[in-house]
Write a protein that binds this ligand. Structure first.
Ligand code: CA
Length: 247
């Protein structure tokens, strides 16, 4: 006789529910590092910490975290450089922390391949919400929900599972957000989207970068998918409205 016939959640669900992901926190301010580590552990994450950029790179290689919370100003190797080096060979989600506030700095942060950018000072609850959101967005999705593994548009082929893009059979190097933006466009050809709609759909929640973030990523993407980025025919600007992807 079954003792318990309640449906049991799968291992993957248990992991998401208990937040058992591993987070690497890199911050040289001792008090903040302690607070971040303490709060993340309280949420159920496994936490590894580093207070120098060079140590962070070593730890990332050794412990293979699921997400990195990364301060910009660090001794050893600075956060921007750490981000660039991590991005060179992984798609690991990265949230950057910084005291710098100007848009130029935000764009520089995104240019290094960070997925999110949280200016200091920030509330711990907000940071935890962003960690959760980013892990949710980057977690492998249910196949049926996500659609076919390979999506095609003209000479562009996107392999969603391997996160690879080819044009005319040649592999393109895309940053994680460029990849998601292209996938979004290819799945919605012939429709005009405002920058705000694109932010909602691709970035998924209130993002500090603002609508210009979309313009920056569209510009980068055009460099890679347009024959002539100066005269784009795929991702066209609709003046006063936003962007449209011509299939
Ligand atoms: Ca610092």
């Amino acid at each position: 006789m079954p003792v318990n016939d309640e449906p049991q959640p799968s291992d993957a669900m248990v992991q998401i529910a208990s937040g058992a992901a591993k987070v690497l926190v890199v911050e040289d301010e001792e008090t903040l590092l302690f607070a971040l580590a303490h709060n993340l552990r309280h949420e159920g994450y496994t936490v590894v910490t580093a207070s120098r950029g060079d140590d962070a790179l070593k730890l990332a290689r050794e412990t293979r975290p699921d997400l990195v919370v990364l301060d910009v100003m660090l001794p050893g190797v600075d956060g921007m450089q750490v981000c660039r080096l991590l991005r060179r060979d992984t798609a690991i989600p990265i949230i950057m922390l910084t005291a710098l506030g100007g848009e130029g700095d935000r764009v520089a942060g995104l240019d290094t391949g960070a997925d999110d950018y949280v200016p200091k000072p920030f509330g711990m609850r907000e940071l935890l919400a962003r960690v959760r959101a980013l892990l949710r967005r980057t977690a492998p999705r249910d196949e049926a929900e996500a659609g076919p593994a390979v999506v095609r548009s003209g000479d562009i082929e996107i392999d969603r599972v391997r996160r690879e893009v080819r044009r005319d059979g040649t592999a393109l190097k895309l940053k994680p957000k460029e990849f998601e933006l292209l996938l979004f466009f290819v799945r919605h050809p012939g429709r005009v989207f405002s920058r705000e709609q694109i932010l909602d759909e691709v970035w998924g929640y209130d993002f500090y970068g603002g609508p210009r973030t979309v313009d920056v990523h569209v510009r980068w993407l055009r460099q890679k998918v347009e024959r002539d980025p100066a005269e784009p025919v795929r991702i066209r600007t609709v003046r006063g409205s936003g962007y449209i992807f011509e299939g």
